[in-house]
Design a protein around this ligand. Structure first.
Ligand SMILES: NC(=O)c1ccc[n+]([C@@H]2O[C@H](COP(=O)([O-])OP(=O)(O)OC[C@H]3O[C@@H](n4cnc5c(N)ncnc54)[C@H](OP(=O)(O)O)[C@@H]3O)[C@@H](O)[C@H]2O)c1
Length: 232
């Protein structure tokens, strides 16, 4: 299977790339830097049928998506999944949030998802799917945390975009879903919440997402799946 993942330089994106390569898939990984490309290339050589294509790009820039489209169009024949994973979190009291904070978070967390789906979905066939990575913070009725007003709002935007896009792409047989994880032990979480320990292991969550990407997606469309072991 050929799978595109944004934000692979660290955290969940890196863990998902490793998991899918170890399962023998082609991973097209997008990142602003090349720092993990050699490691993922080496991993792909150790796994039958796996291959890795690394693309450096800032996904908030619309023209970068045209370049990504041209690279992918020339090298992939049957795109199975697009995983919109890249994200940023700025943890600040609402009164201190700036216009720049707003623009940065909404550019990466929402606008880049819009660019990516609009640009790459024409390459997708019936039976393929899009998976957006949102957050429990963006799910209505879940526990909320001070400092995450704009981050959570951006993830809520992606969740609702998922529901609408599932209807737009239904006639083409493309499923669109969203997972909303709670805390994951990645650099993002450690930087935003220093000292907080309770969180999912990114490698374990990556295995769940790989199962979903290979198989589970067929049973869901237009769904926002909470990945949480607590209530609410
Ligand atoms: N960690 C959590 O507790 C948690 C919980 C729920 C949901 N999530 C969501 O899960 C996803 C992955 O989070 P994570 O914890 O793995 O975060 P992370 O460790 O901060 O990694 C984020 C990735 O996004 C990339 N990225 C950021 N801006 C980019 C841009 N403009 N262009 C291209 N790539 C860009 C980063 O690459 P660079 O090297 O280019 O910066 C990095 O690879 C995010 O959408 C996040 O919101 C995380």
């Amino acid at each position: 299977m050929q799978i595109i993942i944004t934000g692979i330089s660290r955290g969940l994106g890196l863990a998902m790339s490793k998991s899918l390569l170890q399962r023998g898939h082609t991973v097209v990984g997008i990142s602003r830097t090349e720092k993990v490309f050699d490691e993922l290339e080496s991993l792909s050589l150790q796994s039958n049928n796996a291959s890795f294509i690394g693309i450096t790009a800032d996904i908030t820039q619309e023209d970068e998506w045209q370049r990504i489209y041209e690279i992918i169009q020339g090298r992939t024949t049957d795109l199975h999944a697009l995983i919109n994973n890249a994200g940023i979190l700025i943890n600040k009291p609402f009164s201190q949030m700036t216009a720049d904070d707003f623009d940065r978070m909404f550019s990466v967390n929402v606008k880049a998802v819009f660019f990516g789906i609009r640009t790459l979905s024409p390459l997708m066939q019936s039976g393929s799917h899009i998976l957006n990575i949102a957050s429990m913070g963006g799910v209505q009725g879940s526990v909320k945390f001070p400092g995450l007003s704009l981050y959570s709002a951006s993830k809520a935007a992606v969740a609702v975009m998922t529901e609408v896009l599932a209807e737009e792409l239904r006639p083409r047989g493309i499923h669109v879903n969203c997972i909303a994880p709670g805390s994951i032990k990645t650099e993002m979480f450690k930087e935003a919440f220093p000292g907080v320990e309770e969180a999912f292991d990114p490698e374990a969550l990556a295995e769940f997402i790989s199962d979903f990407t290979e198989y589970g997606f067929q049973f869901f469309n237009g769904k926002i799946l909470p990945i949480s072991a607590t209530t609410p």
